[in-house]
Write a protein that binds this ligand. Structure first.
Ligand SMILES: Cc1cc2nc3c(=O)[nH]c(=O)nc-3n(C[C@H](O)[C@H](O)[C@H](O)COP(=O)(O)O)c2cc1C
Length: 330
């Protein structure tokens, strides 16, 4: 049975890989991921704020020591809170590349297309097989329209494509008013892959102190459905390859992602919960499902549950919405 896949032009033995997380921050856990059979490894991110702080002592063009900015900027990790300095991060990537045979994807995480992005070239020089760009921002400025944000991200991708010879994936937020069009724009800008979706870590409110408190909960499978919907909508309609991230908890979740159109399945929470060896459970689960359904190759599975065959996917979505509301029984 052939469960190999191609993601970002990289030939992978199967679709399951470790997404960006602390699992890649130590060489021993990187080796453990490879021993557990990960198809590729996305390194934990190098952050724009970390890079600008090291280069200029500033975060978002502001000096954390200036009184007016101190309160907001003090929430950012200090230079020593990151596992590595930017230069050490490059060295770590070199070591990871020397330690494993699977493709290693470097991750850049920021909000702008500014100077810091030159680290993409440095990651490439250090041996990255591809770059995953994560422009994660909650846009709180009420005067900034969505089109400006889309333009910024599209330009950053086009610029990376101009300077790099390795593939570029874009880890996306689901919060665009016309996500399909934005995916199409990124495709036109040359993105080799789209990674659906960033998880937005939403602070809770502590009613004792009446302040927002950061919370980090590992994902559960119910988060997958938003991803399945958009994989199913984009499958076969963009040139970029598609990866899922977010809510792949068990082997059936992996199967659903591929049925919706995923070329690659990134996992973090499940690996933090069960250990890297869970990747083998995912692989075995996919193989036995394919055997049961009598599929010989992953190509036959991918996108089978996508909306590609629907002449009006929007009507399909609307019909499902109304039908779901009515399924409660009136
Ligand atoms: C502890 C932790 C650290 C993470 N670090 C990063 C990171 O450095 N860069 C990034 O793009 N995503 C990061 N993520 C997000 C994951 O890559 C992934 O997109 C998210 O957890 C959803 O996948 P999951 O449901 O399999 O956990 C992190 C997630 C966790 C839980």
């Amino acid at each position: 049975m052939d469960i190999s896949t191609t993601y970002l032009g990289l030939k992978l033995a199967h679709p399951f890989m470790a997404g960006a997380s602390p699992l890649s921050a130590r060489l021993d856990s990187v080796r453990r991921l490879e021993d557990a059979g990960t198809a590729a490894i996305v390194l934990h991110s190098l952050f724009e704020e970390q890079i600008t702080m090291a280069a200029t002592g500033r975060i978002r063009h502001r000096d954390p020591l200036e009184r007016q900015f101190a309160a907001d900027l003090s929430l950012f990790p200090t230079t020593t809170d990151y596992p590595f300095s930017p230069v050490e991060h490059l060295e770590h990537l070199r070591r990871v590349k020397a330690a494993v045979d699977v493709p290693v994807i470097g991750s850049l995480n920021g909000t702008t297309g500014e100077e810091w992005l030159k680290y993409a070239t440095l990651l490439q020089q250090a041996g990255a097989d591809a770059i995953e760009l994560n422009l994660y921002e909650v846009v709180t400025d009420l005067t900034v329209p969505g089109s400006v944000i889309e333009h910024q991200i599209r330009s950053a991708v086009a610029e990376l494509k101009r300077v790099l010879h390795i593939p570029v994936a874009v880890k996306l937020s689901p919060f665009f008013s016309a996500l399909g069009n934005f995916a199409h724009q990124l495709d036109e800008a040359g993105a080799d892959g789209l990674v659906l979706f960033n998880r937005f870590y939403q602070p809770d409110i502590d009613i004792r102190t009446m302040t927002a408190v950061p919370t980090l909960e590992l994902s559960r499978a119910h988060e997958l459905r938003l991803r399945l919907r958009w994989l199913a909508i984009l499958h076969g309609r963009v040139r970029s390859s598609l990866a899922v991230t977010g809510g792949v908890e068990t082997p059936p979740d992996g199967v659903k992602a591929i049925l919706s159109g995923a070329h690659a399945v990134q996992m973090v929470s499940a690996l933090l919960r069960h250990g890297p060896e869970y990747l083998q459970t995912m692989q075995r689960g996919l193989e036995s499902w394919m055997e049961w359904q009598k599929f010989g190759s992953l190509g036959e599975v991918r996108g089978r549950a996508s909306v590609q065959s629907s002449p009006d996917p929007s009507a399909f979505e609307r019909a499902h919405y109304i039908r779901t509301l009515h399924s409660w029984g009136m």
